[in-house]
Design a protein around this ligand. Sequence first.
Ligand code: GLN
Length: 270
Amino acid sequence: MTLGELLASARGRIDRLDARLLLEYATGCTHADLLARPEMPVIGPAAMQFEDWVARRAAGEPLAYLVGEAEFRGRVFQVSPEVLIPRPETETLIELALAKLQGMPVPRVLDLGTGSGIVAISLALECPSATLAAVDLKNGAISVARNNAGRLGASVQFVESDWYSALAGQQFDVIVSNPPYIAAGDPHLAGDGLPFEPQCALTDGGDGLDCIRAIVAGAPANLAPGGWLLFEHGYDQGEASRNLLTAAGFKAAFTHPDLAGIDRVSGGHL
Ligand code: GLN
């Protein structure tokens, strides 16, 4: 089979861009090769890999899990089905955290529910004066995150912990989190690829605010005076998030939209 024939075989079964990327991953060829030399023959094992991936993608498996990696903020992170796939909207959390970190001399930062580590690692690399700690409930996620930090040259202390439980009251200047915030039974959970992702990273199994309640409630004991808590949430959770923050003693509770204009991150300071 040739490059062109393989690409044509995926047509109508999966998204065109996904087909092109999978063919590039399977064969090692570039986009330019696909355009300029569609008659190039593909060796058997690469063609079989591509055909297996196309069938699995057509059945809903996310591309990132098939190829084992995904990009976030221009860096490549390894992912497995033990961690959520990076979403572009999480850049909003990074941008807001970086803005708060600016002007703090040696800030201590905590990332709660780090998953693949994208938030902690991005902050460590983009704010070199900060010291980063990151926790996750799942040992499997910690392994993925630690591996990503090593590959990307980020210094982050990873701890297996149920939110703050293993931190023994350590104090931080900024706490960030992208927690599970989708309500149980939300039809979004059945969307493209989501059934293959760890459900415990997407939904709290309740109204979608359970983890946010736990994160807000535990933050004062782990924040230095003046410290900031910032967390990602769903499109309709801004008001509830600000109310939780204010009730827990946070000042200047705010909500910030993502690049699509959707309420995405709320926060406040002590
Ligand atoms: N933003 C993600 C989605 O809509 C959910 C991420 C999360 O629950 N933390 O798929």
